[in-house]
Write a protein that binds this ligand. Sequence first.
Ligand SMILES: [Zn+2]
Length: 277
Amino acid sequence: MPELPEVESLRRILAKSAAGRRMVSATIRDGRLRRAVSNDLPATVAGRAIQRVGRRAKYLLIELSGGQVMIVHLGMSGSLTHRRDGFDPGALDPRHDHVEFVLDDGSRLVYNDPRRFGLMKVVARGNLDSTEELKGLGPEPLDNDFNPGYLWQITRGRTAAIKNVLMDQEVVAGVGNIYASEILFRAQVRPTRPARKVTRDELSRIVEHTVQVLREAIGRRGTTFRSYRDSRGQPGRFAERLRVYDRTGKPCLVCGTAIRSVVLAQRSSFFCPRCQK
Ligand SMILES: [Zn+2]
């Protein structure tokens, strides 16, 4: 599932390749996503320039002229590709190209989503922070607001597993299952530990490794398991750097102990029983 690094990688590429272009037209081939794409969307975006490409948590924010913002969430399996000369559409199944935008240079932005858990909608910029998807989100993990003191305050009363707290979007926005496992491995904290029992030093390590893991993943354009592709149709290259995720039974890269998995909040979580306390 695309998490913050995948969406941030996408944002960076689109900020270079698509910002400044104008949307000529949009076509909804099949708008049945998590929530149906509004039939008004093509008329709303046509003729508007893409002024800036931003991101909040796992949401891509395509800022358009006239004070409108198109919010895109990739769901479980979505991708938004910018198809220009040399783009290889063979990377993605064209049956799942659900929404297409034609830009003024003839290139196309295409939203592909086999499992249809994504979301695409346009809101007025002034209403962005209060929109259902964005209101209530916690700080960005790469911002200074996400720091050991903040995490200490948040976790003191919490009996939930630390991994579930890290994945709580109201605590910190954009960390999902893959990266939470990797962060906790590097911080040497077991994912099942009650959050309130995690020490101040350990919380400092969690914050430090959150930043490191996410930055490293962004630099490698994210992690691809199945259908995820970046906006050029390329897979991310962070999968080869994963130390625990999806490595059940394989030796820990630090101590050689077999990696274990446990289900927390219906998600598989991976840890080394020796390195993580
Ligand atoms: Zn180990």
